[in-house]
Design a protein around this ligand. Sequence first.
Ligand SMILES: NC(=O)c1ccc[n+]([C@@H]2O[C@H](COP(=O)([O-])OP(=O)(O)OC[C@H]3O[C@@H](n4cnc5c(N)ncnc54)[C@H](O)[C@@H]3O)[C@@H](O)[C@H]2O)c1
Length: 309
Amino acid sequence: MKVLITGGAGFIGHHLAIYLKNLGYDVTCVDNLLRSSKEAINALRDEGINLLVADVTDYHSLSNALKDSRPDVIVHAAALISVTESFIIPDEYIKCNAIGTLNAARLGCELGIDRFIYISSAAVYGNPIKLPIAEDHPLNPISPYGLSKLMGEEVVKLYSRICGVKYVILRLFNVYGLRQPLNEYSGVVRKFVERVSMGLSPIIYGDGSQSRDFIHVTDVCRAVELSLSTKAFNDVYNVGSGRPISINELAELIISASGLNLKPIYEAPRAGDIKHSYADISKICNRLGFKPSVTIEEGIKELITAHQV
Ligand SMILES: NC(=O)c1ccc[n+]([C@@H]2O[C@H](COP(=O)([O-])OP(=O)(O)OC[C@H]3O[C@@H](n4cnc5c(N)ncnc54)[C@H](O)[C@@H]3O)[C@@H](O)[C@H]2O)c1
């Protein structure tokens, strides 16, 4: 089966490309490389995975780049991904994440693909009114990022109605793993690991009792693999661990894995931070046979070990 991954030189995209290649899939990646790390690009090159350069916001450049690739499935992971940045350049977020998805879905129809897998986000839910968050939770995004991902979901459903392409929408919670880029918008796991690896205390905003659902990137890859062949398509699934972890617990796990004697630094809470968020994963477990396989303890150990060598 030929799989095309947009955003394939990104954090999740390149892990997925390598994971699927190792399972025997014929994988091609497309990316504009603007937010890709050298590590991810090198990892793709080392694995001999084809990487095409095109921008999903430009239909003609995308179509031109993909005209010979004839994929059976498109996994659409290309996106701008920072909630904070989305308030600064909301128009860019809508363009990339909504129009980019429209272009990818439209092209998928033109290429006659069988299935479109859309990498969405728990940000489409907004502030949870019920925990754990199930797929039928109200969709009330509270950032331009969340809105742009929700617009992407609607675009995918529209193109399924227009041309009959099957779809699976995966709403990812907080993804972490090796080779996650470090920048001002990185997730909390990446930031804590970086500070602790330098012998510095992690910085917690608020009292640290706020909780999140952390899912290892390998488990995300497994969820996509299951989506490639499931008969339960044309549906939406949460991808999380189903286990809430407080930011205090996360900091403790990272500090204790490092073997250092550090105490977190507490700073003022950030405006708009959601208190608790974790996924109800019963739907993906029951219908797709998904089961998270990497515990947060194992995932943290892997990251700390990688940073110590
Ligand atoms: N990382 C998380 O915790 C998380 C959580 C929920 C959902 N997601 C979703 O997962 C997907 C992948 O996220 P990630 O963490 O790997 O982010 P990432 O920034 O590492 O990867 C995204 C990739 O898309 C590429 N890209 C961006 N705009 C593009 C464009 N216009 N044309 C072509 N390529 C473009 C970037 O260069 C980058 O390589 C995104 O759709 C994101 O919304 C991620």
